[in-house]
Design a protein around this ligand. Structure first.
Ligand code: NAD
Ligand code: UDP
Length: 336
């Protein structure tokens, strides 16, 4: 089977491409490299000892998408391409709506025109918004999202639902990711954003490698075990494997729209991550407690039981693995 991976040079996309190749799939990538580097392709090929076909370009470029579908028999698409920085999306909402919505519409139009009707979409736990329980279950209604980024995810889920209602020959899988961290065991691919990171693990890595002086833990007065926020962290390789399970499931299932949480089911506090990172990597992180970050929820984590039941998927990697693999990647990346 040949899978088109949009955004395949990015953090989650590159790990998923490795899993696809390791599982015998052929892979075509389209990426405009707005948040990734071309070298990722050769790293993927080194890791897997397989070739990928790479088109450098924008998913909004309909002509290019038509060419990709004409040049290749695409059996399914995994759609990662999109802008993802929550804070940035508040500052430049139009760019986020333009990129994320337009790319999805263009992709879906070309898929329909090419009669390719199997798509896996990268959604996010952010679509749940504030719920009565911190344990998010797929049966909950989508909530009020807290940023334009989150809104694009909720809007795309709705677009996919409307598409399926109009054309029930589509197989659509919506995967709602919780907090992906970690890196490939090879240390060749991982996440290393430019500038000052927004997310916790990339920030920790910059402090651990002395690129930034100090981590600020946003809030220690929440009503949680140690006062810091709780999230469900998931190793990116476990997440990548979830996509293989989703494709296998779609292959043997009837057309439908399926939605799954991909998370571990366990909440971990920011303080616990810091402690685990220090212990497993035998170092001290410089950190202080600061004010709460606007828009942060005190606690949420996945109920992953639907993915286990229907996809046969669950996380395997521990918090220690995530901390170890993240650090291994950054040390290698920086050539230390
Ligand atoms: P990433 O930024 O590392 O990867 C996205 C890739 O898409 C990048 O390589 C970028 O260059 C590419 N891209 C963006 N817009 C494009 C366009 N119009 N045309 C072609 N390529 C384009 O992000 P990631 O962390 O790998 O996330 C992948 C997907 O998962 C995104 O849709 C993101 O919103 C979603 N997601 C991520 C997280 C997370 O915490 N990382 C959580 C939930 C959902
Ligand atoms: N966080 C923090 N300091 C940072 C970055 C993040 O204390 O420099 C906290 C943040 O408040 C949240 C958790 O770490 O409780 C995860 O934040 P991230 O931005 O990685 O993910 P999200 O908020 O999207 O769940």
């Amino acid at each position: 089977m040949k899978i088109l991976v949009t955004g395949g040079c990015g953090f989650i996309g590159s790990h998923t491409v490795c899993e696809l190749l390791d599982n015998g799939y052929e892979v075509v990538i389209i990426d405009n490299l707005c948040n990734s580097k071309k070298e990722v392709i050769s790293k993927i090929e080194t890791i897997t000892n397989k070739k990928v076909l790479f088109y450098e370009g924008d998913v909004r470029d309909k002509e290019l998408l038509h060419k990709i579908f004409q040049d290749n028999t695409i059996d399914g698409v995994i759609h990662f391409a999109g802008l993802k920085a929550v804070g940035e999306s508040v500052k430049i909402p139009l760019s986020y709506y333009r990129n994320n919505i337009d790319s999805t519409l263009t992709l879906l139009e070309v898929m329909q025109e090419s009669n390719c009707k199997n798509i896996v979409f990268s959604s996010s736990a952010t679509v749940y918004g504030i719920q009565e329980s911190p344990k998010y279950v797929e049966t909950m209604e989508r909530g009020k999202t807290s940023s334009p980024y989150g809104e694009t995810k909720a809007m795309i889920e709705k677009i996919l639902e409307d598409l399926y209602a109009s054309d029930p020959t589509f197989k659509i899988t919506i995967l709602r990711y919780f907090n992906p961290i970690g890196a490939h065991k090879s240390g060749l691919i991982g996440e290393n954003p430019n500038g000052i990171p927004n997310n916790l693990m990339p920030y920790i890595l910059k402090v651990a490698t002395h690129e930034l002086p100090e981590l600020t833990i946003f809030g220690n007065d929440y009503d949680t075990i140690d006062g810091t926020c709780i999230r469900d962290y998931i190793h990116v390789v476990d997440l990548a494997k979830g996509h293989i399970k989703a494709l296998e499931h779609a292959h043997k299932s009837n057309p439908n729209i399926y939605t799954y949480n991909l998370g571990s089911g366990h909440g971990v506090s920011v303080a616990e991550i810091v402690t685990a990172f220090e212990k497993v990597n035998k170092l001290k992180l410089n950190y202080k407690f600061g004010a709460r970050r606007e828009g942060d929820l005190p606690e949420f984590y996945a109920d992953p039981s639907k993915a286990l039941k229907e996809l046969g998927w669950k996380t395997e990697e521990t918090l220690e693995d995530m901390c170890k693999d993240s650090y291994h990647f950054i040390i290698k990346e920086k050539g230390e």
